[in-house]
Design a protein around this ligand. Sequence first.
Ligand SMILES: Cc1cc2nc3c(=O)[nH]c(=O)nc-3n(C[C@H](O)[C@H](O)[C@H](O)COP(=O)(O)O)c2cc1C
Length: 172
Amino acid sequence: MNYEAVPLEKAYELLNAGGLVLVCTHSDDGRYDLAPVAWNCPLDYEPESRVLFVCDPGHRSYEDLLESGEFVLALPTPEQRELVERTGSASGRDLDKYEAYGIAAHKAEAVDALVPEGVGAWLECRLLRVVIEGSSAIVLGSVLRAMAAPEAWKRRLHYVREGLYYRPGEAL
Ligand SMILES: Cc1cc2nc3c(=O)[nH]c(=O)nc-3n(C[C@H](O)[C@H](O)[C@H](O)COP(=O)(O)O)c2cc1C
């Protein structure tokens, strides 16, 4: 293989191949929000699954989950790329994304959040804690309830960098 040096500010992209999640939240004043987050991963599976994601503390969804202590991670499919791009380029501070973009959704059961219709799976989570590192917040959550379509991993939308998405290939 021919390797080439990767600029340090781009090195993160080499790890940034995981599936996207939509972080779905609600605020104290009753507004629902959702925001795509690419930097997410599992943390543990015993005694229950725990997860983490990296979040800009300036996001409305971040403020919401701090207030409410809960959130949903919904897994968008490749067909939902437009939904991802729309919800990721506006803030719930400025508009109700569900209303503005006509996002059909149903209520989660274990937490108060709206799950967009058509996602491959979702995880309803309780906030465990937040770790601040520099200008990033690492949000840790514990899964209270999870629902998935068959072979949900095949239905995920993966994001590498702006303009570059992919769908998973075959199992090996
Ligand atoms: C494909 C994609 C991936 C993103 N990944 C992240 C991420 O990992 N962490 C993050 O803090 N923001 C991420 N964002 C940005 C937020 O989704 C975006 O700023 C959003 O508008 C925040 O909305 P809010 O203010 O309503 O919470 C991503 C956006 C897109 C489009």
